[in-house]
Design a protein around this ligand. Structure first.
Ligand code: PBG
Length: 322
């Protein structure tokens, strides 16, 4: 039956009607807030390239974690910016490293909050690559060993979920093995399975001081034009023992997310990355669009495409608005 019997506008007439037939909604439970942790005391330093986002010292990150938990956000993901960097990224798996201390402090003060940690070496290596180097190349297998140790140190510090973002082959299996061998069989792995070599990480690298000293990450992160390859990556990570899969970035890769939703039954996460966040914020500051509405629209599109969880710098703002 078509027009004039069918009129699509009938169910759009009022907010009540629109609400009744709305297919997707953002909920606080969907959100994971990324937090940057630095050395020092009393530090709450704004990040110029990410309006509204700060770097916190451990004492301050606890206060922020408490605030977002009170807003109903169930989880945070921690990124560390260490005081010193070296070739092997020693700070990544140090038991008194920046993320490990932050994680312990949050677990102590805000026990209800789920702590996720980003497992990668790029913030800890002096060359800025996500693994250990052999010449000018990232040495996969040596890096995997360091990443597994890093994940273990995060679990020991109170993380419930470890999220490897390095894109080395075989790291999920190695992390699972290391966790299980040390009594952390209950710690879950959220794999950044389909992570693309994206220009949209620009503001993050500024925030985390993790821009590679030479070259780029195209030798390990995925090539943006590839779609089928993402399913292979995700399948492999599931076989290796990932509990959840992530697609990153989100908005340019909604097709990948929709593919993954059709293909897999595990929970799916999408990372609405720094560049995606900052573009909206910057345009809002110039008065070119309504940033709150644009942010909401972007995030709900990620849910519509199939994500269960969304990692976003807007998590606290959105939770406040909901
Ligand atoms: C790597 C990592 C990156 C992001 C999350 N984990 C940066 C990269 O691969 O260069 C990017 C997140 C963002 O842009 O918001 N540890």
């Amino acid at each position: 039956m078509s027009f004039p019997t069918t009129r699509m506008r009938r169910l759009r007439r009022t907010e009540a009607l629109r609400g009744m037939v709305r297919e997707h909604r953002l909920a606080r439970e969907d959100l994971v807030l990324p937090l940057f942790v630095v050395e020092g005391d009393g530090v709450r330093e704004p990040i110029a390239s990410m309006p509204g986002v700060h770097r916190y010292s451990v004492d301050q990150v606890v206060l922020e974690a408490k605030r977002v938990a009170d807003l109903g956000v169930p989880a945070v993901i921690l990124f560390g910016i260490p005081g010193a960097k070296d070739a092997r990224g020693s700070g990544a798996d140090a038991s008194d490293g920046i993320v490990q201390r932050a994680s312990r402090a949050i677990a102590d003060s805000v026990p209800a909050l789920c702590i996720v940690t980003d497992v990668c070496l790029c913030e800890y290596t002096d060359h800025g690559h996500c693994g250990m180097l052999k010449g000018e190349e990232v040495d996969n297998d040596a890096s995997v060993e360091r990443l597994a140790r890093t994940a273990l140190s995060h679990a020991q510090a109170g993380a419930s979920i470890v999220a490897p973002s390095d894109m080395m082959d075989g790291r999920v299996a190695a992390i699972r093995r290391e966790l299980d061998a040390n009594g952390f069989e209950q710690v879950a792995i959220l794999s950044y399975a389909a992570k693309y070599a994206s220009a949209f990480y620009g503001p993050f690298r500024d925030a985390a001081e993790s821009t590679p000293e030479f070259g780029d990450r195209r030798g390990y992160q995925m090539d943006p034009p590839n779609r089928r390859e993402a399913l292979r990556e995700m399948r492999l990570d599931l076989e290796e023992g990932a509990d959840m899969l992530m697609v990153k970035p989100a908005l340019c890769y909604l097709d990948i997310l929709a593919d993954a939703r059709r293909e897999f039954d595990v929970p799916l996460a999408a990372y609405h990355v720094s560049g995606e966040y900052s573009m909206i914020k910057a345009a809002g500051e110039r008065g070119w669009l309504d940033a709150d509405r644009a942010m909401h629209e972007a995030l709900v599109s990620i849910k519509r495409a199939g994500a269960d969880l969304i990692l976003t710098y807007a998590a606290a703002d959105i939770a406040e608005q909901l």
